[in-house]
Ligand binder design. Structure first.
Ligand SMILES: Cc1cc2nc3c(=O)[nH]c(=O)nc-3n(C[C@H](O)[C@H](O)[C@H](O)COP(=O)(O)OP(=O)(O)OC[C@H]3O[C@@H](n4cnc5c(N)ncnc54)[C@H](O)[C@@H]3O)c2cc1C
Length: 302
């Protein structure tokens, strides 16, 4: 119930305008590198000492074409900086197609594909990769179609699948071909029972089934979870093959470092930018204890 309320609020432009207008709350800084590309690079530089990084320029549900173009330009900018600073070897980027225009009323898919092509070209120019984040289930088919199109020129484009969707085991079979980079996560959006498992046991069992499919395939499974039991399962299934463990910046950082020290390839998803509201609300929804801290600090602003 609380999770659904928080996820509904995450898409409210009014709540977003009120909350984003305040200063960067300390709890926001736990999950978000900062407002600027320079903030992102500073945090990435520290993390890349023992881990890999995926940078995410925050933004989603863009409804204006100029904003979609600005988001593409922001990716081109950070990718050029990654090249200049030598970080491109250990840092890739993730994009949300809705930030690049997918939800525009006219030609949204075409505009997002063109934007994503520009981001991929900028990544190729500095020798890094791009992963296309997955948003709510109404966009799954269009997003996977776009990934397929992008892979014609750049086979390294990563796809994301969400274990809470009932369709995902079949998607994993489709995506487990040679060289295919696939991030498996539980899924952060509030989905109806008709398309998704809504109980923890159902989601976790689906995650385990999907993981087995990806680990038996010929691609690179990117196992995006903080769940210790699923991480152990990945390590067991992946004993004799390459894979990545992925976690969010600010979540279980000591476990991230410990896994890296044990020789695991660990990648940290690191968002930056001013449009942190939707991302942040999803983090609150995952762990309601975070909400108590946040409300206390909002009230304390007086
Ligand atoms: C690298 C990465 C990329 C992702 N990309 C996408 C994407 O493209 N699309 C999408 O829908 N979702 C994405 N997600 C989010 C994902 O779907 C889950 O919502 C999120 O990871 C929480 O699920 P969990 O697997 O960690 O398991 P949970 O069962 O939710 O959590 C396991 C444990 O991790 C810790 N934990 C988890 N979340 C938090 C938090 N917010 N704050 C504090 N502790 C926490 C707690 O200790 C918890 O007990 C991504 C996640 C990661 C790690």
């Amino acid at each position: 119930m609380l999770r659904s309320t928080l996820l509904a609020a995450s898409r409210s432009p009014r709540v977003r305008a009120i909350v984003e207008s305040g200063p960067f709350d300390p709890l926001v800084s736990r999950f978000v590198a900062g407002a600027t590309a320079a903030d992102a690079l500073a945090v990435a530089r520290v993390l890349t000492v023992d881990r890999l990084v995926t940078l995410d320029h925050l933004g989603e549900d863009t409804t204006e074409r100029p904003q979609a173009d600005a988001n593409v330009a922001a990716y081109e900018h950070i990718l050029a900086l990654l090249g200049d600073t030598g970080l491109a070897e250990r840092v890739e980027v993730s994009v949300k197609l809705s930030a690049l225009g997918q939800s525009l009323a006219i030609d949204g898919d075409k505009i997002a594909l063109e934007g994503a092509r520009r981001v991929c070209a900028a990544a190729a120019a500095v020798g890094t990769t791009v992963t296309v984040d997955m948003e709510d289930h109404t966009t799954t088919d269009r997003t996977l179609d776009t990934v397929r199109e992008l892979r014609v020129d750049h086979a390294w484009v990563g796809a994301v699948v969400q274990a809470h969707l009932r369709r995902t085991e079949a998607d994993c079979r489709d995506l487990a071909g040679p060289g295919s980079r696939v991030r498996l996560c539980k899924g952060a959006y509030d989905e109806p029972e008709s398309v998704a498992y809504r109980d923890r046991a159902g989601v976790d069992a689906s995650f385990a089934r999907c993981l087995r499919v990806l680990m038996a395939g010929e691609g690179l499974p990117m196992v995006a979870t903080h769940d210790p039991r699923l991480i152990e399962l990945a390590r067991t299934l992946g004993r004799d093959r390459p894979y990545e463990l992925q976690m969010l910046h600010g979540v279980r950082p000591s476990a991230q470092r410990a896994l890296a020290a044990e020789g695991e390839t660990v990648r940290v998803y690191l968002p930056y930018g001013t449009e942190w509201f939707g991302y942040f609300m999803r983090r609150l929804a995952e762990r309601p204890a975070n909400l108590t801290f946040f409300l206390r600090s909002l009230l304390g602003r007086g």
